[in-house]
Design a binder for this molecule. Structure first.
Ligand SMILES: [Zn+2]
Ligand SMILES: [Zn+2]
Length: 268
C-alpha cells in the first residue's frame, strides 16, 4: 500500500474509532513519523491541522444551520400570514422535486430545451416551499444555491438538507449530514450562508479571511507530491488560525480555542 494512503486511512480511522483503538493508531502514526522525511511529515501535519479545524467547527455549523432552518420556517409562516387569501402551511408533502419549487429555467438545475425536469410544471409563488426557496436564495452570498446538493422532500424535517444549498456544487452528493461533510464543505457553508457572517469580520469581501483558509486548504489538498515545505506548512496553519481567531464570536468558543492551541503545537 502507498505510504500516504496508509497514513490517510489511519487518520480517517482516528476520527471514527473507539478510544482504545485511537490510542493505538496515534501511537502507530508517531512511530511512522520517524520514518518520514521532513516535507512528507509537514504534509501529514497539514492533514492533522485540517482535522483539528474541522472538529472545532462542526458543532458551530450544525447549531447555526438549525437556527437558519428555524428562521426560515418563521419567515415562511410570516410571509404566508401577510399574503391575502392564503392559509399557513407548516408541513408540505406535495413537493416531490425542486421542479415543484424553482422557476424554469433555473441555472444549475434545469436540463434541456424544453426543460425535461419541469416538463410544463407551474410554480405557485405562495406555496411554503417556494417561499423557503426564496429565503435560501436571499441568504446565499451570491444568490446561487447548489440545488443539486439539496432534497426538497427533506426541507421540513431535516435542517441539514438546507446546508446542502451552501456547499460547493460538485463533490458533495453523499454529504447528507454534518458528519459526512469535510472542512472545505464547512468553510463553504460559512462563506456562502449569511447567518455565518458574524464569524468572518470581512465576510462581504470576495477574498475574505475564510476564503483564504479555504484556498490554502485546497492548494495543499491538491498537492500532487503530497509534500509541503516548512514555510508552506507555517503559512497554511497560520491561515487556519487567522480564520479561527478573526472574529469575536468565533474565537471565544471553547472548541475553537482548543483547536488554536493544538494548531500552535503543530507549528513547532
Ligand atoms: Zn412543497
Ligand atoms: Zn426547468
Amino acid at each position: 500500500m502507498d505510504i500516504h494512503l496508509f497514513f490517510l486511512t489511519l487518520l480517517s480511522l482516528i476520527f471514527l474509532t473507539t478510544l482504545k483503538t485511537k490510542e493505538y493508531l496515534i501511537y502507530s502514526i508517531k512511530r511512522m513519523f520517524l520514518t518520514l522525511n521532513n516535507i512528507q511529515e509537514n504534509w501529514l501535519k497539514a492533514v492533522v491541522a485540517g482535522g483539528y479545524t474541522r472538529a472545532c467547527l462542526i458543532s458551530l455549523v450544525k447549531t447555526d444551520i438549525n437556527q437558519f432552518h428555524s428562521d426560515a420556517g418563521n419567515y415562511v409562516e410570516n410571509k404566508q400570514r401577510t399574503t391575502a387569501h392564503k392559509q399557513v402551511e407548516t408541513n408540505c408533502s406535495s413537493c416531490k422535486s425542486l421542479a415543484d419549487v424553482l422557476e424554469c429555467p433555473t441555472n444549475g438545475y434545469c436540463k434541456g430545451k424544453p426543460c425535461t425536469l419541469h416538463a410544463g410544471k407551474r410554480v405557485d409563488i405562495n406555496h411554503a416551499c417556494v417561499i423557503l426557496m426564496q429565503y435560501i436564495v436571499k441568504n446565499h452570498k451570491h444568490c446561487r444555491p447548489s440545488w443539486k446538493n439539496t432534497d426538497v422532500t427533506h426541507w421540513g424535517s431535516d435542517p441539514w438538507s438546507l446546508a446542502g444549498c451552501f456547499l460547493p456544487r460538485d463533490g458533495y452528493e453523499g454529504a447528507n449530514t454534518a458528519e459526512d461533510t469535510d472542512l472545505n464543505g464547512f468553510l463553504s457553508v460559512i462563506l456562502n450562508c449569511e447567518i455565518f457572517k458574524q464569524y468572518v469580520n470581512d465576510w462581504e469581501k470576495p477574498d475574505n479571511i475564510c476564503e483564504k483558509a479555504r484556498k490554502a486548504l485546497n492548494k495543499f489538498r491538491h498537492s500532487p507530491t503530497m509534500s509541503l515545505s516548512d514555510e508552506e506548512l507555517t503559512d497554511y496553519i497560520g491561515t487556519l488560525k487567522n480564520h479561527l481567531e478573526n472574529s469575536g464570536p468565533l474565537k471565544k468558543l471553547p472548541d475553537v480555542q482548543d483547536a488554536v492551541l493544538k494548531l500552535s503545537k503543530l507549528e513547532k
